[in-house]
Design a protein around this ligand. Structure first.
Ligand code: 5GP
Length: 201
């Protein structure tokens, strides 16, 4: 049997503090076919974030240059910082039959859905607004002003939920991960992406 697979673009969004990052890390640990798309951003790195791994941390000038060169598949200002998805590494990855995961905000996600209608779009919801507030405070990665900004933007982000194909509520991490895993597992088996050849047929 010969396996033939076309790479898949997976777009994941959800308010800051929903636990998207943890869910995505589990996916990368358990499924080596999924590759993270490293975005460019003008925001400052947080403690422990590595340039080229978590983001390409760039200056406004570099961002403007990449924008002018058409290097971004999508770009958006989120919580007052600029972010962009680089086109070339994604195209190369998909070409190699890899699955590429984009963790981007709804503005960017909707733009990707319009440009790449065969992408898989998933929205991660927190169980409540209060849970989000608690998580943002306990993870301790952002200052109180930044947290307020992120909480303020969360309601607007959740309003875009209906634009996505799938929704997962991250109430319980293991259950949310199971759902995410199964969505991706099913999407991989679509006949538009998977073309196995059985030699004796
Ligand atoms: P953070 O600053 O917490 O890493 O990310 C803030 C928000 O920006 C998150 O919702 C994240 O999904 C989004 N984001 C990260 N990279 C990109 C990107 O390349 N494009 C867009 N549109 N949003 C992004």
């Amino acid at each position: 049997m010969i396996e033939n697979r076309k790479g898949m673009l997976i777009v994941i969004s959800g308010p800051s503090g929903t636990g998207k990052g943890t869910l995505c890390e589990r996916l990368f640990d358990n499924d080596t076919s999924i590759h993270f798309s490293v975005s460019a951003t003008t925001r400052a790195p947080r403690e422990g974030e590595i340039d080229g791994v978590h983001y390409h941390f760039i200056t406004d000038q570099q961002y403007d240059e990449w924008l002018a060169q058409g290097a971004f598949l999508e770009h958006a200002t989120v919580h007052g910082h600029r972010y962009g998805t680089l086109k070339q590494p994604i195209e190369e990855s998909i070409e190699r039959g890899e699955n590429v995961l984009l963790d981007i905000d709804p503005q960017g996600a909707i733009s990707v859905m319009e440009q790449k209608p065969d992408c898989v779009s998933i929205f991660i919801l927190p169980p409540s607004y209060d849970a989000l507030r608690v998580r943002l405070h306990t993870r301790n990665t952002d200052d109180p002003k930044e947290i307020q900004k992120r909480l303020g933007n969360a309601r607007g982000e959740v309003k875009q939920l209906h634009r996505y194909q799938y929704v997962v509520i991250n109430d319980h991490l293991d259950m949310a991960y199971e759902q995410l895993y199964h969505i991706i597992a099913a999407e991989k088996q679509r006949t538009t992406r998977y073309f196995p050849i059985i030699e004796d047929f």
